[in-house]
Design a protein around this ligand. Sequence first.
Ligand SMILES: *Cc1c(COP(=O)(O)O)cnc(C)c1O
Length: 464
Amino acid sequence: MSSPVIEELDAARRFADRWLASLPTRPVGVPADPAALRAALGDLPDDGLPAAGVLDDLAAALEPGLVASGGPRYFGFVTGGTLPVALAADWMVTAADQDAAVAVMSPAAAVVEEVAGRWALDLLGLPTDAAVGFATGAQTANIACLAAARHALLAAAGHDVEADGLAGAPPVTVLVGAAGHATVLQALRLLGFGARHAVRVPADAQGAMLPDALAAALDAAPGPVLVCAQAGQVNTGACDPLDAIADVVRARENAWLHVDGAFGLWAAASPTRRHLVAGADRADSWAVDAHKWLNVPYDSALAVVRDRAALATAMSVSAPYLPLGEQDPSTRTLENSRRARGVPVYAALRTLGRQGVADLVDRCCDLAARAAERFAGHAEVVNDVVLNQVLVRFPGVDVAGLARAVAEDGTCWVGTTVWDGVPALRFSVSNWSTTTADVDLSVDRILALSGRGAAGPGSRGTAR
Ligand SMILES: *Cc1c(COP(=O)(O)O)cnc(C)c1O
C-alpha cells in the first residue's frame, strides 16, 4: 500500500532524476533573468491547484535559474555537492519530519546525532568527549563556539555573561588571523565583542597566522583572551600552524583557542594531509562544515566544543514546559526546532567509511594540484596548493570579465577574489564527483577564454 503522498514524491523524483542526470553535461551557471523567473512562478491562486501539477510546473519554472553547483565542474566558493546516499537520507529526514531539538520529540534524531557526531570527532582527530552541535553552517557553528568561549572566559573572570551581558564585564582580548573568515568577525559582532575590537594577527603570504606575532600580541594583552585560528583559508587553503599557535595559547591562563575549520579541518581525515592541521586537537572549539567537503546536502555543519558545560550554558533555554538536559541536541545549537541533520551525515560517513572520507579529501587535493599545474605557464598560480584551493592571476586580463565569460560559456563556474590587492580567480575542488577530465576541460576552457591560449602543447612556452 502506498502513502497518500506518492504522486507528489513521484513528481519530486522525476525532477531529481532529470536534474541530477543533467549535472555532468548542462551549462554550469549561466546567468538567469530574475524577472522571467518571477513571471514563471505565477500568482497566488484563490483556489488551490493539484499538487503534482504544481510540482511539475515549479520544476519547470525553477530550472532556468538553477545553478549546477552540485555538479562536477562547479569550482566556485567551497561548495561540495551531495553524495547520492546523503541526498536520499535527507529525503528520509523530510519524510519523517522529526524535530531534532529535544530528545523526547525524536529519540532517533538525538541518538543518530550522538553517533554521527562521535564518528566525526574520530575522523577529525578531536577529543572524543567533546560536545557536538549540528548547526546550519560554519557561520552558526562559529557563533555557537564563540558563545561558549565568551561564557567560559568571563565565568573564569568572575562574570556571568548569560545573566548580566557584557556591560560591566572584564574586557576580553580577541585575536583573529589577518586572513580569518568574514563569518568569524560577524560572530564576534553578534556576541557583543565588536568586529573592530578584534586585533588582527599578521599572517604570512598564504594567509596563515604567524605564531610569533600571536605571542607578541598575547604579551601585550592582559586578562582573558580569545584566539580565533583557522584551518583552510578560503582563498589559498592555508592552515594556520595550529600546533605552534596552541603552544602560545596554552601557555596562557584564561585563554580560549577556537579553530574555524569550515572545510580545512577535514584534512585531518586523510593520512596524507593530516599534517596540515596537526595540533588542531589542542584547541577548545572547532567549527566545521558538513555541507562543503563531506558533500551532504545543505544545510549542515558541526559546532564542536571541548567544554561541554560551557556550550550547554551558552546555548541554554529554560522554560517550565521544556526541561532540557544533556540528551537534548538543542543544548548544543543556536537553533531550537530544526531538521534531523545527523541523518545525512551518518549516511555519508557510514557509506564512505574512514577510507572513503580520506579518498574524497585526497582526490580533491590531487585535482586541485593538477589544475594548478595546468594553469602554470599560462597564468600565475598565486598560492601553495596544499589543499583543495587554487588561486590564479591573469596579468593584464580583466578578471571580473573573465569570470563572466566563464559563466556564460557554461563549461564550468569559478569565483573571483582580491588577494594581496590583486584580483584573482578562485578554483576550488570540493565535489565528490569531479574527475580529472572535468578539471582538464575546465582549466583549458578558462585559459582559452582568458586569451592565454589553451593548451596546444606548442603554446605552453610562449605564454607570459
Ligand atoms: C565557508 C566558510 C565559513 C562559513 O560557512 P557557512 O557554511 O557558509 O556558514 C566560515 N569559515 C570558513 C573558513 C569557510 O570556508
